[in-house]
Design a protein around this ligand. Sequence first.
Ligand code: SF4
Length: 312
Amino acid sequence: MPVRIAESVTVSPRMARHAISQSHLWKKRLGDWVVNPYIGCQHGCFHCYCPAMPGVKFFNGGRPQEDWGHYLIVKPGIVEATRRDLLRLTPTQAVRTQWGRGIILVSFLTDPYQAAERSYGITREIVRLLLEAGHFVRIQTRSDLVVRDFDILSAHASRVLLGTSLPYLDDNLAKRLEPGAPAPSKRVAMLRRAAERGIPIYAAVAPFMPWHTTQVLEEIAGAVLPLNPVEVFCEVLNPRGRNLRMMQGALGPDAGWLAGYKERWPMFTASVLADSARIFGPVSSLWPDPKAIAKLPDDIASPLHAWVPSPG
Ligand code: SF4
């Protein structure tokens, strides 16, 4: 996929000064803080809702959602900004949040280990700085490039959680929907190597697709549960911006599921999360989108409230 890479861009004064932001991602149990080393993502997943999020669309120079995967902005000075932020953000201060875990997520609106990272090494430097400063770091990636940094991660394994997205195990489907990302089979192999090195791991069934059945959850369970993950996070396909239309463009006639998906989404959320809790058992970590819960009848919504994390 041809990608335009911008290294010299004008960013807001706040973005130039700071790298680590406090985050509401604790509501998904993902982190109290977040670092996004890049703007844009070479993986270009059609389901991705990041380009419709304020953290991207207000900083990407007005690029439309359809351009996602075709541009990458290398945040200028982000390693220096991380160093500066760490002067004030000690591990003691990092837990003074609503959630109170002090977890720094790398990353959420971009993939920290996309192909450009191979030459830039920005994520490697940021992760090293965070861990050497004593922080707890959660890494979320669709790439096996993270293997390069296992030396750093295994040296600080007690404060690392490394996860990868596994919405399905079908490498051919991934080629169509996640054209720039390494195949799911490579991600499973990466998790296996991490587990062998003693690095705590998790898998994110994200996003679970509307046409998939519990058989897909069972296949993922068969691949990851033997690796003793700390958790398996599950989230269904989230309609946001134009992502459903973009998936339809990628799947063509196979996209019949799209009709009425927005209306079916709340009930689909409830049924997938119940299946996921059953299949992944004690390691299941679920996030029922509050917008989906709000549209459900009380008797179906009530049990889901138990899966929503509370502050503190
Ligand atoms: S890897 Fe993640 S951030 Fe990148 S396009 Fe895919 S879903 Fe979006």
